[in-house]
Design a protein around this ligand. Structure first.
Ligand SMILES: [Zn+2]
Length: 293
């Protein structure tokens, strides 16, 4: 398995760390949505960040959706991850490429713009919970750090990196999420912060073959303990039944219009591009069932 996430803890057990290599899954997303460099960076970082959050917070059948609602050229990014560490996502505008920054990196901040970051957690309770913070950076990792501090009161550090090759394929994708547990001393936090600051450029390190285990040791020290290693992948769980269910929530008059005027409906899944066709008869059956109720 190439794409995986690990959970690790430091020797004194007061720092929790998740690290991820997600090159293949970001490559799947890039291909499916035919994204250009800036769109790939925004989508890729969002996929990695959402998986890290899911790995840190979810269990059972829970799922988590990140919405990055910026006013930059890429537009909104929507990503959903489940506790089984599958993820799916899309950005509003797939074909965005921007002039590189002075240091040669993709200008993700500009691609995202200003706006809001929302995280919705469906924990299997009656109402999903949504936390929202303004986009403070646009680099996504910093925005997630801010979200965790502000909305969940968890002191964290997040790093996310996607390297896009000149031909638009994905060269590397990975990142980390560090959380301080209660009892972590100021001294330890400072020391760890310094270690993070002195990390090599994440994208080049991943390109050079750095593994999630290597990254964990760099951040927590060689004596850290790997607690878990789980596969991560891109997976869309859409189906014709799901879309039929969605159609059933429309107003009767809207369904009638689809039948009489459009003579059917074609629905396209934003997350994977699969198309679902509903014939007049199928729409009529959905409408009939609705009227029975
Ligand atoms: Zn789908």
């Amino acid at each position: 398995m190439n794409d995986y996430l690990i959970k690790a803890i430091n020797a004194s057990k007061d720092l929790r760390l998740l690290t991820i290599n997600g090159k293949d899954l970001v490559a799947v997303a890039q291909k499916r949505h035919d994204t250009w460099s800036a769109s790939s960076a925004v989508l890729g970082r969002s996929l990695l960040g959402t998986l890290l959050l899911a790995g840190a917070e979810l269990k059972g059948d829970q799922e988590l959706t990140l919405r990055l609602l910026g006013d930059g050229p890429v537009g909104a990014a929507v990503v959903t991850a489940k506790s089984d560490l599958t993820v799916k996502g899309y950005v509003q505008n797939n074909h965005v490429a921007l002039p590189a920054r002075e240091d040669g990196h993709i200008d993700v901040k500009k691609a995202v713009g200003k706006g809001w970051l929302q995280v919705t957690k469906d924990l299997g309770l009656k109402q999903p919970y949504t936390g929202e913070v303004p986009i403070v950076s646009g680099e996504i990792a910093e925005d997630l750090t801010y979200y965790l501090a502000k909305s969940e009161q968890i002191p964290s550090a997040v790093g996310l990196s996607v390297f896009v090759n000149p031909n638009d394929t994905i060269g590397a994708a990975g990142g980390f999420l560090l959380q301080a547990l209660p009892g972590a001393s100021e001294e330890l936090l400072k020391e760890t912060e310094d270690r993070i600051k002195s990390l090599p450029q994440l994208s080049s390190a991943f390109l050079d073959g750095m593994t999630p285990e290597d990254l964990a040791k760099k951040i927590l020290g060689d004596d850290c303990k790997i607690l878990e290693k789980d596969e991560v992948s891109y997976h869309c769980d859409c189906s014709k039944e799901k879309y039929a269910g969605m159609l059933a929530t429309l107003k009767g008059s809207q369904l009638k219009e689809m039948i009489d005027e459009d003579h059917g409906a074609e629905l396209v899944c934003n997350f994977c591009g699969n198309k679902y066709n509903f014939t007049e008869a199928e729409l009529q059956a959905i409408l009939d069932k609705k009227l029975e109720k």
